[in-house]
Design a binder for this molecule. Structure first.
Ligand SMILES: [Zn+2]
Length: 278
């Protein structure tokens, strides 16, 4: 993996953008195939979730099955390698599109969770926050029988359990005001908070280069950072199985599993003195 090592040593202040491909080796399959097409049903969208109680029943029933898988997932070699690169001073900023929290679990410190994290749930009326683990206990207590169901999980905690009747599923309301509870993640059709986007753009602007790991960049909320890096003349490298939307912008493309490509990266020592900015 000399090409990747050379890229990092030539651009020792990296901004890193990660996607679902980083977490597949942790048992969380990604959304898209090698052509960048959906492998499964599209994730839930914001407006239907907010306006249709049936959509919320479907979401929370499937999430009740998916949450144990997400919450048990452990970081893999890719998460650990990126945390190590940060500790060595090569990574200025991590921007992740994942909502599983595994970069933090692996020890990465400077992470922007672009699309939020599944571990928190928020009321859309009064902004009351509660932990997903607490809500899970309530979901299971209100819906006995759903604890035993198994399915194939997706990066957003959704699972495929087609054919299962959820019309009787009881969806908890906000304990403070009775409002609609929603996981503290950015759904499709929802906008990423401006402050978060600005911090990410700022990180890309201060970096020498952008390293994309495990993302097809098919969603604009991630692709725009590749666009910004390219517009600023910063080289972009990508580790991804299959095509990415930014293939035409890449200086280096590595078509390997993320953990495999990154774990072959025994960079010796720290980045050049004085480069580290904290
Ligand atoms: Zn509330």
């Amino acid at each position: 993996m000399n090409a990747l090592r050379n890229f990092i040593q030539a651009h020792p202040r990296l901004a890193v953008l990660t996607g679902a491909g980083v977490s597949t080796s942790s048992g969380i399959p990604d959304y898209r195939d090698e052509q960048g097409e959906w492998k499964r049903a599209r994730p839930v969208e914001f407006r239907p979730f907010m306006t249709d109680p049936k959509v919320r029943q479907r979401y929370w029933s499937r999430s009740t099955v998916g949450w144990p898988i997400i919450s048990r997932a452990q970081p893999n070699d890719a998460h650990r390698a990126l945390a190590r690169l940060e500790a060595q001073g090569f990574v200025q900023l991590m921007i992740t599109q994942n909502v599983d929290g595994l970069h933090a679990s692996a020890g990465s410190r400077n992470v922007i969770d672009l699309h939020g994290r599944l571990e928190t749930v928020r009321c859309m009326e009064c902004d009351h926050a509660l932990s997903r683990a607490d809500l899970q206990r309530q979901l299971l207590a209100s819906n006995p029988g759903w604890a035993e169901i198994e399915g194939r999980v997706a990066p957003d905690g959704d699972v495929d359990i087609e054919g299962r009747d959820y019309s009787e599923f009881l969806v908890p309301d906000c304990p403070q005001c009775g409002g609609i509870l929603k996981p503290d993640v950015v759904f499709f059709g929802e906008t990423v908070p401006r402050e978060r986007v600005d911090r990410a753009f700022d990180g890309v602007a201060k970096a020498d280069a952008l390293l994309v790991v495990g993302s097809s960049l098919m969603v604009y909320s991630g692709y725009r950072f590749a666009e910004a890096a390219a517009a600023a003349g910063k080289p972009i490298a990508a580790i991804n199985l299959g095509r990415t939307r930014a293939d035409h912008l890449l200086a280096l493309k590595i078509s390997e599993p993320c953990d495999q490509a990154l774990s072959q990266l025994p960079l010796s020592g720290r980045s050049p003195a004085g480069v580290r900015q904290r």
